[in-house]
Design a protein around this ligand. Sequence first.
Ligand SMILES: C[S@@+](CC[C@H](N)C(=O)[O-])C[C@H]1O[C@@H](n2cnc3c(N)ncnc32)[C@H](O)[C@@H]1O
Length: 452
Amino acid sequence: FVSAKINKKFDLIIGNPPYIRWKNLEDDLKQELSTNTIWNKYFNSLCDYLYIFILKSIELLNEKGQLIFICPEYWMNTTHSISLRNFMVSNGYFEEIYHFNETPIFDKVTVSIVIFKFVKSKQSKGKIKVAKYYANQKLTVETLTKLKFQEDFKDAEYLQVSQFKKNERWLLQSDEVREELKILENNCVKKTQNSLLNLFNEEKLEFNTIGDVCDIGNGLVNGLDKAFQVNGFLLNEHEKKATLNVVKAKDLKPFFAESVTKYIFIKDGLNETEVIEIYPNFYQHFQKYKEDLDKRYQYNRKINYWEWVFLRNFTLFSKRDKRIFVPCKERISNKNYFRFALVDKATFPTQDVTAIFKKANTKESLEYILAYLNNPIIFDWLKCNGIVKGNIVEFSEKPIASIPFRIIDWNNSNELFLHNTITETVKQYLKTKMQSDIDTINYSFNKLFEIT
Ligand SMILES: C[S@@+](CC[C@H](N)C(=O)[O-])C[C@H]1O[C@@H](n2cnc3c(N)ncnc32)[C@H](O)[C@@H]1O
């Protein structure tokens, strides 16, 4: 297909084209592409074999001809497919897009799949009919039929989306969300970058990020959670000191944590006799879990059954600062908010939680950062740009670090005022839990983002 000389034009091209990243292409295919006029005009060695199938197919269509492909969705969003997207925007419009997220459609293929119908046209264009399906289950004819006729059911979402424009990423989101995200990104863009460059490539935009202002770490791993929880049994004085305060993911709410769970935490380097002597109640408690504790992953060293297996980020967590906790994973099918919560110093996260600390040179308050992360606009940003698998958003170190951050211009008295209002209102909300405080916080952010 790549080299074929095709002299006819078509009303309909339908297919399941190949998709292979350049680096995985066989040498003879690379060779073939490197002498191909279309490839050389639009693409390069950062592109995908798929792109030429889409572009050449559109060239082969008559005016009003249709291209219907089932293929991965990544090219709708990546930097190196910009020339393909701009070509499509200039040569026609989308009528329908079906987005299947993690639904396993082809055996052994794990990428998200889309089916799109593109019409080659010089005429005006209406909105795109978008259907999204979120269930991580095999597709049935029944499901497909429902999606086609936009019948409401769990795990389906329908949107009318304006036609895409040149030089933008294609987000399958409502126009309001697309507009809101543009505002957010404009607010967070680094001021120092070469603005001339950005005129030509919007995707080169660099943001101030949460990673610039915060240190982030995933929680400590014990390998068998229930064995380490202190559940009401009596403790001697040594044992009382050998515990950690932990906030579990299930106890996190937006802005605050509901309760603290005590965990056994015996320092490394003791032998069993010493443990029996100093921590007799803990020793007793561990006996019923001993077999399972010995089966824990050993991280290439011998770990005694009363010890935690992986104290990652322990130094960070030992800082004498307040911190923000967030569950490592959050299912968003049934809620439209995340749970970033402020917790006290000397409170530790376990493996189900990621902790966020203000860097020493960060001027914005931790309350401001907390409110920022809980803002609805960040929810929308993460839904579109975060690591989303099926319906679950992942909050490990990297995705949190990449969230764009709205820094405060400290020379601007209005921004200073809004920062302080947000900070004080968060403090007040943590005491009173009044909904009106949340309204004030969101109102202040809208002012800061200049959303009217
Ligand atoms: C994703 S598979 C789809 C297979 C089949 N159409 C289906 O739906 O089961 C892509 C197909 O494109 C074929 N292919 C790869 N390079 C091609 C080329 N340059 N010209 C024509 N077909 C090609 C592959 O052999 C493969 O069968």
